[in-house]
Write a protein that binds this ligand. Structure first.
Ligand SMILES: NC(=O)c1ccc[n+]([C@@H]2O[C@H](COP(=O)([O-])OP(=O)(O)OC[C@H]3O[C@@H](n4cnc5c(N)ncnc54)[C@H](OP(=O)(O)O)[C@@H]3O)[C@@H](O)[C@H]2O)c1
Length: 238
């Protein structure tokens, strides 16, 4: 039987690299994507690696063209790549451009990639994993574009699951709290280890929605006291 193919965005470091290593160890052929090539010490985890800037439609089109020439199926598609910038409407010269950029990478790119590669996903009993964030629940004051993009992504994920319910594709949302990665290197609180969280994703992949340690308590409290959690997230203490 063909080996299963896992396509993962943002696979060079952080949570994406942990997931890539984990699925490689489970026997998947892992195909990575990022703006920069993986360093030599991790390149062995990848069957193929594509350089692609997810903020550029031309770069995404180029990737899709090259991917389809090389692969005829996808068993697991992990939308992991994202960026988070800190800025304020009172100070940023390019405020709306910065929001557009985060929306493009964090939200529009998963939408575009999923719809373009849907014919390949439909050929298998495939799985789409979409990494959102606890910050979908409410904005962190310093990160307007990131939080808005994750709220849109989470909402779209639920719609995608509903629209694909008559197919054999399963859609899983992964909701992390703080993870110890480059993205959060300036955070006051310490995040969870990405390797540990990747293990939990594998264990819980029978679920539609995987709320990871670090997000669980806040998610639970938000069901009863949404304003309390929104207040915590707003000031970066959630
Ligand atoms: N870290 C946290 O605390 C946290 C919390 C909740 C949710 N999450 C989510 O978890 C996921 C992984 O986050 P992380 O912390 O592991 O991030 P990270 O360490 O900053 O890694 C981001 C990855 O995405 C790639 N990437 C960034 N911009 C890209 C672009 N324009 N085009 C293509 N690839 C791009 C990066 O590679 P290049 O720079 O080479 O392109 C890198 O491989 C994200 O969806 C994030 O929103 C993280």
């Amino acid at each position: 039987m063909d080996k299963r193919i896992c396509l993962i965005t943002g696979a060079t470091r952080g949570f994406g690299l942990s997931l890539a290593k984990k699925y490689n160890s489970l026997g998947y052929l892992v195909v990575g994507l990022a703006r920069t090539a993986p360093p030599s010490e991790i390149s062995g985890f990848f069957e193929a690696f594509f350089i692609c800037d997810l903020s550029s439609e031309a770069s995404i089109d180029n990737f899709i063209h090259k991917f389809e020439n090389q692969f005829n199926r996808i068993d697991l598609f992990i939308h992991n790549a994202a960026i988070q910038n800190s800025y304020s409407i009172l100070e940023a010269m390019q405020y709306s451009k910065m929001i557009d950029h985060e929306i493009a990478v964090n939200f529009s790119a998963p939408v575009k990639l999923t719809s373009a590669l849907l014919p390949l996903l439909l050929q298998r009993k495939s799985l789409i994993l979409i990494v959102t964030s606890l910050l979908q629940l409410g904005p962190k004051k310093s990160a307007p574009g990131y939080c808005a993009s994750k709220a849109a992504l989470a909402n779209w994920t639920r719609n995608l699951r509903a629209q694909l319910s008559s197919s054999e594709i399963r859609v899983i949302e992964i909701i992390p709290g703080l993870i110890k990665t480059d993205m959060t290197s300036n955070a006051a609180k310490k995040g969870k280890e990405p390797d540990l969280l990747a293990d939990i994703v594998i264990q819980k992949s029978h679920k539609d929605c995987i709320i990871l340690p670090g997000a669980r308590l806040a998610w639970f409290i938000a069901a009863f006291m949404p304003n309390f959690i929104r207040h915590k997230l707003l000031n970066g203490t959630g």
